[in-house]
Ligand binder design. Sequence first.
Ligand SMILES: *Cc1c(COP(=O)(O)O)cnc(C)c1O
Length: 358
Amino acid sequence: MTITDAIAEPLPRAVIDLAALRHNVSHLAALIAPSEVMLAVKADAYGHGLLPIARAGLESGATSLAVLEIPAGLVLRGAGITVPLLAWLHGPDADFRAAIEADIELGVSARWQLDAIAAAAADRPAVIHLKVDTGLSRNGATIEEWPGLIDAAVALQEQGVVRIRAAWSHLADASIDDDEKALGEFRAAVAIAEERGARFEILHLAASSAGIRMPEARFDLVRLGIAAYGISPFDDSTGADLGLVPVMRLEAPVTEIHVGGTSHARIAIGYGDGVPTLGIAKAHVAIGGIPRQVVAVEVDSMLVEMGSDRVRVGDTATLFGPGVNGEVIAEKWADWAETIADEMVTGVAQRVPRVYLG
Ligand SMILES: *Cc1c(COP(=O)(O)O)cnc(C)c1O
């Protein structure tokens, strides 16, 4: 037997707690001071929504923003945000002219980028952050390319075409030993650049992980991403252990009750909304504060076991959240799905409305 009550707009939603975001940013800003917080808002602020997160982060201690690609920086400028912005992922058709006019600082990993930026700098110098690869092999000049990149940047600075603002790199965050080694390589690369006449206004290396556990990697600023969203960058601790509060809660209404041998509830969220299909044998959602085993995930809905207590159409099922009401945290669901919590929050589909609190 199937009981289906019509409920108005059975929509899933991602509830974004801006007070939690503010708490996390100010907590982490205090931890890393006097280094500053550059809040990473790439990938639509890890799925939390670019503009609300950027504004809340700037209200609570972040002094600059990291956006990945130039178009996201232009959106922030269009919304009236005036703090320093850093974009570093540039395809061959990147609009460097627009970036320079909008005062967006540019990460430079390769000679072709430097040349294209120099060609686009018209009435004012492009502000650049020179990136060296310290073992991650995910963009950044190799140590062989670094001296040539430095010489070219110094020459362009003398012509007034660029302003060298920073040297930077990105850590793998795999282990403390690897990060220590990369820190040594970064220092060596900075020394090589200085011997060749480069002067850096700032240096930056750490993201959330090293920003929290490796004080010597903080330099002038920490590019803080996942931890600001209340998610631990470490396998052996939760956000709560670090004094952080998860910012996103993913929930959806119950739309149908199937009564039978085992009774099931259907929930209006599925893999088309970003729910992983992997690991469902372990996964559960909370309804009325009680965990319910997931049975199936379909494109726009999922089925869970009801248990003996009553579940009604219109009740709210919570997939993950702050972990205070019977629901799991995003890290837990990521374990079930054999992924990382970054993907759980960033993977919530655009069609799922973001609802802001605080
Ligand atoms: C994503 C990203 C960050 C933030 O990383 P988290 O681990 O989420 O804190 C910092 N720097 C760069 C270059 C990034 O791509």
